[in-house]
Write a protein that binds this ligand. Structure first.
Ligand code: SF4
Length: 54
C-alpha cells in the first residue's frame, strides 16, 4: 500500500506528473487518489525529492 507523509511533502507535483493514476494534488499537497500496484508508483517513490512516499 502506498502512502504519503504529509509533513514531508513539499507539494512539488512530481509524483502527479510521473504517476497521475495514483497521485493527485489537494490544497498543495500530494494525496493518494487510488491504490494501484503499477510501475509508476515505484518511479514516484524514487523521484520524490523529499522521500515522502512509502
Ligand atoms: S513528489 Fe514528493 S514532495 Fe513532490 S508532491 Fe509528490 S509526495 Fe510531495
Amino acid at each position: 500500500m502506498v502512502s504519503i507523509d504529509k509533513e514531508k511533502c513539499i507539494g512539488c507535483g512530481v509524483c502527479v506528473s510521473v504517476c497521475g493514476e495514483v497521485f493527485k494534488m489537494v490544497e498543495g499537497k500530494a494525496v493518494v487518489k487510488a491504490q494501484k500496484n503499477i510501475p509508476c508508483v515505484k518511479e514516484a517513490i524514487d523521484t520524490c525529492p523529499v522521500d515522502a512516499i512509502k
